[in-house]
Design a protein around this ligand. Structure first.
Ligand SMILES: [Zn+2]
Length: 138
């Protein structure tokens, strides 16, 4: 897509640090890493978000994420990998080309803010009402 920074990375018009690539996906090092080894996996065909991406591209991204997460364990000694994917500006999606974050955690390293939320029991009536709304919309 014209003007999309990730489409330019795929075409090689903007340099990136390649980690993995296959027919459908490209994985590269995030230049604003949350923790060391932070990697992005993107579809080669432009889709903005989870609502738009074709299932074949989504499957390819998840298959690639398994390979890259394994390599993070083997190559970096990661003891955990957070997978994060944001859809929409309201949840801080910055680049409007689907991207899947893989963020490895090192033994003894700092916690990721998004994995350190406090568990608080919810209102079961609201939980059930929202579950019904989602379920009915499927
Ligand atoms: Zn794009």
């Amino acid at each position: 897509m014209e003007g999309c920074i990730f489409c330019k990375i795929i075409k090689g018009e903007i340099p990136s640090t390649r980690i993995y690539e296959d027919e459908k996906v490209y994985a590269f090092a995030d230049i604003n890493p949350i923790l060391e080894g932070h990697t992005l996996i993107i579809p080669k065909r432009h889709s903005e978000n989870l609502w738009e991406i074709p299932e074949a591209d989504l499957s390819a991204i998840h298959a690639a994420s398994k390979k890259v997460a394994g390599a993070m364990k083997k190559g970096l000694g990661a003891d955990g990998v957070a997978c994060v994917q944001l859809n929409g500006k309201s949840v801080n999606q910055v680049v409007m080309h689907y991207h899947f974050h893989l963020i490895p955690h090192q033994p003894g390293g700092p916690d990721l803010p998004m994995t350190a939320w406090k568990l608080m029991p919810g209102d079961m009536d609201k939980i059930k009402a929202n579950a019904e709304k989602i379920s009915r919309a499927l």
